[in-house]
Each structure stands twice: as C-alpha cells, then as structure tokens.
Design a protein around this ligand. Structure first.
Ligand SMILES: [Zn+2]
Length: 488
C-alpha cells in the first residue's frame, strides 16, 4: 500500500514538473519612433517580403490601435507601451516635465555616471518611472532569472521600456560616437559591448539619429545583445526591448513625405527582414513572440497641406508662453510661467505662493488669456478636466495624461493640423507630434511569432492593451499600474 502511494506521489510530482507554464524563449518589443499606422500601407508596394509585409501577413494586426492619452511624445509612448499605463500613473508626463518647479528631462539622473564614456549623455536612469513594465513583471514571475535588456539610440527609448529592474540598457552617446550605459545598471561595459563599439561607431558629435545608419546600428546592436547575453537560450523567458529612433529624427527634419522619410522606411524594412531571419535561425521560428508598435505618429507638414487647401498651420509655442507671462505680470505683478511643453502651460508654484496669490486665480486668468487665440479650440484646467466641455475621447486623454505632481496646469487643444513649433514660416519643411488627433495617436500594433495566428481586426484598441496582452500570453501578472485590457 505504502509502495503504491509513493509511486502515485512520484507520478503526480513528475506531472507537475512536466506541466511547467508554457512560454516563448524570447519576447521582443520593437518600437518604431514616430511610425504612423498608415506607413504600413503608404510604402507597402515598395517593402520586401521578409520585413514589415511579413509581419502583416504572418502576424495578428490590430489596425486601429490608439494612444489613450495626451501628450503623444516619445518618453510617454515608450513608458505606456511597456507599463500598459498612462502618465497620470507612471509619472512619465512628457519628455520633459516639472519636479518641484524644476523643468527636468525624463531620464536625467545626476546621481549616476556614464559607463563607456565620460559625457553627460550617460547620466540617465529610469528613476522617474513609478510603474512596473512587462520586463519587471517577467522578473517577478521568474525570481529575476529572466534577462531583460533595452537597446535604442535614444536613452529614454532604451531605459523606460526595460524598466527599473532591467538587467541592462544601452543607448547612443553622440559625443562618444558609440553605445553607452550608466552606473544605474553596471560599473563597466560587458566585453560584447566594447567589442561592438570597436566595429560600429561614428566620429564624435555625428548625429546618427538623423541618418539611416542609425537604423542599421540599432538592429546590429540588438543582435549583438542576443548573442552576447544568450537571450532566448535560458530556462526562463528573456526579453529584449528595441526602439528605432532615426525614423523620428528624420521625420522631424524632413516631414512625413519625401525622399528622406521614404529612405529611412526602406532601410527599416530591409533591416527588419534580416533581423527576423536572424531570430528564426538563432532562437527558432515560433520560439519568440514579437510585437511591433510606435510611441506616436506625426502630423503632415502644414505648408504641404496648405498647398492643397487643407486647413493647417503652426503656432509658435515660445511666443505663446512669453505673451502669457507678460499678461500675468501685468495683472498680478509677477511672472510664473515656466514654459509651454507637451501642449501644456507649466506654472511655478513657489513664485505664486511667494506673492500670496491663490493659484486658481492665476490659472483662471491664464486660461481666459489663452482662449483669445483663435487656433486654440479648448484650453483646459487640468485639475478640473472632468468638468470641462470637451468632447470624448479628448477629455479622457487629457485626464489620462495629467500627472498631478509633474504635468503643466493647463492643456491647450489646438485645431486639427495646427501644431506647436518654433518655426512657423513658409519655408518650414519638418513636422511635430504631441496632439490627441489620429495623425499623432494612431499607431501600428502587430503581434507575431509564438502562439500567434495570422489575422486582423478593425476594432479600436489602445497602446495600453499591449502590455496586458503580452502578460496574459506569458501567464504573468500585468504591470502594477496597468489600465489596458488583454486583447486575446
Ligand atoms: Zn519626436
């Protein structure tokens, strides 16, 4: 009897061991900075078979994936994709935002040092990110045995996706002309990174972000990370967060049309095809789960639109902030405007308090002044956005994007295609992003590989659904501030 019992116990134990949660060997997040959803189709006839077209053909395509917040900018996009959350909860309220009346960059961390150079470009960390990412949750689920790594030319696009518990993050130091990291992650670069830097570098101060070379180097670095850290070769699932930054820098400079944008998407398509072949060979077809998305889109250049009679234009945000400061100075006797950024006006609390004026009075007056601008449809007091007469989905996007401790006090919603820019001239050839409108907020979202059957849907989904979808597929807890929904 005792013998039968032990045999039965042994059988149950071995069953339990066999029934280990099924997961892919590697999760790859691929963000293409500033990739409008319609680039999947605008250039479709020129893409090869192995890159973006392969993702569309073999993957599951969420055709109407939207950003559920404003402002639609890089740091917010990258943190929201991987946390499944919004600035109100993640603390990443913009590329820049205010902490204690100081206007700071999202990833600046003076307490850390650059590793791989001695410049300021390396003094970065995710310390301003409050929420956990997919990678953090993977770490929690595997007792930190998974490896989670971020790679991008832009520091914020490598650091924020990988999360605070990330093993490594690498980004480009323009002065040094190669990839670096910071003491937040490590004391010295691993050998595979120093080896990589000997082969792939530029001369100091060369702006690789506005070059197609930036796309190639990013994918090469991603492959080097997989080789160097043996990602996808461990008992536990690993994760690699890649972001392609050159598409954004080139878009800003040359806009959504023309040779430069065309060429960078052709390079992206070619490098993606070769990266997918690499993954097939190295990790194995069907062994990795990949998603492709973007942090935001971009508006078309207003001069190009106006040439075809489409209502469009640019407004000078510096002038808006200056004029507002002057008006408040006249009325109250002090100047509390820190800046306009993220389509928000940032006010200095300490200056207002020092003058014994109620902040609400200043906010109300500022709003009444800003509403005089005929290009501004709505000017909203963020603290009371829920009561504002603003149509959905704009109202919800304002609320989701408002981080009480860090955002500006006032949100400006201009007319469609009227974006904020420092150059409003007829010679301006570039573009911007940051608004709620479809051109900035409609992004690609394709899942590909492990357990994905080809297909597509036109139903509206959100950027914040990506993280809970990946977590549901992996059977791990969704990130701690996630507000999205699992799509499968
Ligand atoms: Zn940008």
């Amino acid at each position: 009897m005792k013998k039968i019992f032990s045999l039965a116990l042994l059988f149950c134990l071995s069953l339990a061991a066999m029934a280990q949660t099924e997961r892919p060997k590697l999760v790859v997040g691929l963000v293409v900075d500033q990739m409008r959803w319609d680039y999947l189709y605008y250039y479709e006839n020129e893409y090869g078979e192995g890159g973006l077209k392969r993702l569309v053909k073999e993957g599951y395509n969420y055709q109407n994936c939207m950003l559920p917040y404003v402002p639609s900018v890089t740091a917010v996009g990258h943190s929201s994709i991987y946390t499944g959350s919004v600035p109100a909860l993640t603390g990443i309220a913009g590329n820049y935002f205010c902490i204690d009346d100081k206007y700071v960059y999202a990833c600046t961390d003076p307490s850390v040092k650059s590793v791989g150079s001695d410049g300021k470009d390396g003094q970065m960390s995710p310390k301003n990110l409050w929420a956990t990412t997919i990678g953090d949750q993977l770490h929690l689920a595997t007792d930190y045995k998974s490896k989670v790594i971020g790679v991008a030319l832009k520091d914020r696009a490598a650091i924020l996706p990988a999360g605070r518990s990330a093993d490594d993050a690498y980004w480009w130091d323009t002065d040094a002309g190669h990839f670096v990291s910071s003491t937040f992650y490590m004391q010295t670069l691993p050998k595979w990174v120093t080896d990589f830097n000997k082969q792939y570098y530029t001369k100091s101060k060369f702006n690789i972000k506005t070059s197609n070379l930036g796309v190639t180097y990013t994918f090469k670095m991603a492959e080097a990370a997989i080789d160097g850290e043996q990602l996808g070769q461990h008992d536990q699932t690993d994760m690699l967060c890649i972001s392609v930054s050159s598409t954004d820098a080139i878009g800003h400079k040359f806009s959504t049309r023309g040779k430069e944008n065309h060429d960078v998407y052709m390079t992206l398509d070619k490098e993606l095809a070769s990266f997918l072949s690499y993954l097939d060979a190295k990790v194995g077809k069907g062994n990795y789960l990949l998603f492709l998305t973007a942090d935001h889109g971009a508006a078309h250049n207003f001069n190009q639109l106006e040439a075809h009679r489409i209502a469009a234009g640019g407004w000078d945000y510096n002038k808006t902030a200056e004029d507002l400061g002057t008006a408040i100075q006249k009325k109250f006797g002090f100047q509390p405007v820190i800046t306009e950024d993220n389509y928000q006006i940032f006010l200095n609390d300490s200056i207002i308090a020092a003058h014994g004026v109620k902040k609400q009075e200043v906010v109300d007056y500022a709003i009444s002044e800003l509403r005089k601008d005929p290009n501004f449809l709505f000017v909203v007091d963020n603290e009371h956005a829920a009561e504002a007469t603003v149509p959905e989905p704009i109202k919800t996007k304002i609320i989701n994007g408002y981080c009480r401790q860090r955002s500006g006090e006032i949100t400006i919603i201009p007319r469609a295609e009227y974006f904020g820019t420092s150059d409003t001239s007829a010679n301006y050839k570039g573009t911007q992003h940051g608004q709620w409108n479809p051109y900035d907020a409609h992004i690609p979202c394709i899942f590909f590989g492990w357990h994905i059957t080809p297909g597509e849907t036109n139903r509206t989904t959100y950027m914040t659904d990506i993280a809970p979808t990946v977590c549901a597929m992996l059977h791990i807890q969704r990130p701690n501030s996630c507000v999205g929904e699992a799509l499968r």
